[in-house]
Ligand binder design. Structure first.
Ligand code: AQP
Length: 332
């Protein structure tokens, strides 16, 4: 079987450092070893309200972020989800395979809706079924995911297994997670126990991929820390959540281990460390920000990338979906 990677991000605005270190940068690195399909998951984005014009702009912004981070639309397939109808069709079949009890256990849904469950969209609740369809529509063998998406990937495997068992086939693979590098989970700059997120109302919680150098410097300067100096070993950071997060970000940006970062800054306070982190973040992000701005000035190019990617994705998806429909017993 081809080693095929599928991954995606929602075009819900504010692409940030967590998306870059936890996803986009890794996607670019996988292109030499896997056949890669990268999707801007606009159908997932509308599980919470998006104004149509914002959705269009954010879809282009997400595409620009993927390319600026190194995803090559010639090498990989890059498209927006709604272009390939198979995602919705397979998701419906999976809605009939997944059990309510499985979805009730999804922690991301609970975290996102909080006490407002009755008012959440049904789409948000069945989001993991659509994610399973995204992956299995291409029989992807590997999915690079942040820690936060591990539970959804397990559900994808459960759905694949139940489908195969129910129909007595070996149609879907049991997709493996690829959790890569030090950037697996970037936390909020305001609260080291919460992940950095597009939807956090505080701009100071995240570094956006379109922040300029001064904004990055300001956000890092304001990042929550503690008065203790850095220890020589990462394990001795103990439960200092914010300190751990900044050390983790430094390690990911410099491609070093957390231990190596601690060894370099042992005994120094956060004043010095934050200056070094700012220089490193600006050096890494400035070329990406610049490339995103250049690409966003050329929406016709972005749209042509998505169109061509959609055609290539559809060519893989169609025969797989036909096979599924035949197995299920749909006449065509
Ligand atoms: N903080 C993070 N650290 C590491 N990886 C992260 N990812 C997101 N946040 C972090 C990874 O980025 C990819 C795309 O994520 P997404 O945009 O589809 O959805 P999300 O995980 O729900 O991201 P946000 O920022 O938290 O969005 P909102 O606020 O809209 O829910 C995924 O691979 C994800 O792991």
């Amino acid at each position: 079987m081809t080693n095929r990677v599928f991954s995606g991000a929602q075009p819900s605005g504010n692409m940030h450092l967590g998306n870059y270190l936890g996803a986009f940068r890794n996607w670019a690195r996988l292109q030499d070893d896997y056949e890669c399909i990268y999707c801007v998951v606009d159908m997932h984005a509308i599980t919470v309200w998006q104004s149509p014009q914002d959705l269009i702009n954010q879809t282009r912004e997400a595409t620009a972020a993927y390319i600026a981070a190194g995803v090559d639309p010639k090498k990989s397939i890059l498209f927006n989800q709604s272009r390939v109808p198979g995602h919705a069709e397979l998701a419906w079949i999976f809605n009939c395979v997944a059990r309510l009890g499985w979805l009730n256990r999804m922690t991301q849904f609970k975290d996102k809706v909080g006490k407002n469950r009755e008012n959440a969209s049904v789409g948000l609740y069945v989001y993991p079924d659509l994610m399973a369809a995204d992956i299995l529509l291409y029989k992807a063998t590997h999915v690079p995911v942040g820690e936060d998406q591990k539970q959804h990937l397990e559900l994808t495997r459960d759905i694949a297994q139940k489908f195969n068992n129910d129909y007595g086939v070996e149609l879907f693979p049991l997709t493996e997670p690829l959790i890569l590098g030090e950037g697996a989970r970037v936390m909020s700059l305001r609260n080291g126990n919460q992940k950095m997120s597009k939807s956090d109302p505080s701009e100071y919680s995240r570094i956006n991929l379109n922040d300029d150098a001064d904004t990055i410097a300001l956000k890092i300067r304001k990042a929550k820390t503690d008065p203790e100096p850095l220890p020589g070993k990462a394990a001795d950071l103990g439960d200092r959540a914010e300190a751990k997060n900044l050390v983790g970000i430094y390690a990911a940006l410099a491609d070093m281990s957390r231990d190596a970062v601690c060894a370099e800054f042992e005994g120094k306070g956060f004043g010095d460390f934050k200056k070094a982190l700012t220089d490193l973040a600006v050096a890494n992000l400035a070329p990406i920000t610049e490339e995103m701005a250049r690409l966003e000035k050329d929406p016709a190019y972005i749209d042509s990338v998505l169109k061509e990617g959609g055609e290539r994705a559809n060519a893989i998806a169609e025969p797989i979906l036909s096979e599924v429909k035949q197995v299920v017993g749909f006449l065509s």
